[in-house]
Design a binder for this molecule. Structure first.
Ligand code: ADP
Length: 298
């Protein structure tokens, strides 16, 4: 049998990279590995004093005055300095901002992977600041889907096996009809038995999106989902993400540097220095770029 050589084209890095580096908690969780490493929440203190009653409306993610301080004393870094937001069911929200503005920190906190130092967060109507680690893991399994820049597929498994893996690890039954729907939705029906090395970057990202959608997550989080794709493929992946919003009302929160990606969002939040400084209700790529320039110049 011919051994398939690693791809060396423009996507080469995409094939090799995920297997030679340490995975983030997001990534570990999405492929069914144990999620939180105990030391990752060290230093995070959830305060209860300023807790407020959140989401008395249809928000599926709500944050109030969220702060996150890393470290203490002279070397403390305030990554978030009071962020409040509501994401409605069926909404696609993009989060943009200069490097170091707090995007990743915010996403980790909204996904229940990190704990705020202050303020309050509700996911699917539940106050995550009151949850134990086990409850958080369960909440993530049931309510959160992830799509990453580097697709994080297991190379020895077929597309379909990768897609069903998290559910199988969680001991849940795979809904065969829903699997077919999702495969058709992402356009992978004829590639289901291929392994990642036999798929293009765009096809691998389709597999990752299908994997996230299969559990019918309350919220799908995208971490630079087009960051490792060429322009044409990015466009196709953005269409798939937008179609999931249109077809299933899939609530989606996406951190991105890509103005084109942000332009498919219903709402774009701009972070600078740990606070939301600007918000656009839908925008063209040019408007996104203008806003980003303005925010970065602050
Ligand atoms: P972005 O995703 O917008 O680039 P981050 O959320 O990664 O921003 O980081 C926000 C700030 O918090 C930055 O100043 C960064 O250096 C700091 N930071 C992030 N993670 C840690 C950490 N684990 N320890 C200390 N500082 C951190």
């Amino acid at each position: 049998m011919t051994k398939i050589a690693p791809r060396t084209d423009a996507f080469g890095a995409a094939y090799d990279h995920p297997w030679t580096r340490k995975r983030t908690t997001f990534e570990r969780e999405a492929i069914g590995m144990s999620a939180a490493l105990p030391w990752q929440a060290a230093g995070a203190v959830a305060t209860t004093d300023d807790r407020v009653r959140l989401a008395e409306h249809e928000s599926v993610v709500a944050a109030r005055d969220v702060t996150r301080r890393y470290g203490s004393g002279d070397t403390a870094v305030d990554a978030l300095r009071g962020v409040s937001l509501d994401v409605r069911e069926g909404e696609l929200v993009a989060v943009m901002g200069p490097s170091g503005s707090g995007k990743s920190t915010l996403m980790h906190i909204l996904a229940g992977l990190d704990v705020a130092s202050g303020g309050a967060v509700e996911i699917a109507g539940r106050d995550v600041t009151k949850m134990s680690d086990n409850e958080l893991t369960k909440l993530r399994r049931e309510h959160i889907g992830f799509v990453f820049q580097f697709f994080n597929l297991l190379p020895m498994l077929t597309a379909e096996e990768n897609i069903t893996l998290p559910l199988r690890i969680a001991g849940k039954k795979v809904d065969a009809a829903w699997l077919e729907t999702v495969l058709a939705q992402v356009g992978l029906g004829d590639r289901r038995r291929h392994r990642p090395a036999e798929l293009s970057g765009g096809q691998q990202q389709r597999v990752a999106i299908a994997r996230a959608l299969l559990s019918r997550p309350t919220v799908l989080f995208g971490d630079e989902p087009t960051g490792n794709l060429d322009s044409t493929t990015s466009g196709e992946i953005l269409e798939v993400l937008r179609a999931a919003v249109e077809s299933y009302g899939q609530t989606t929160i996406m951190v991105t540097h890509d103005a084109r990606a942000a332009a498919i969002a219903d709402r774009i939040l701009f972070l600078a220095d740990g606070v939301i400084v600007r918000e656009l209700n839908g925008a063209t790529q040019d408007q996104v770029l203008d806003a980003l320039r303005e925010v970065s110049a602050r």
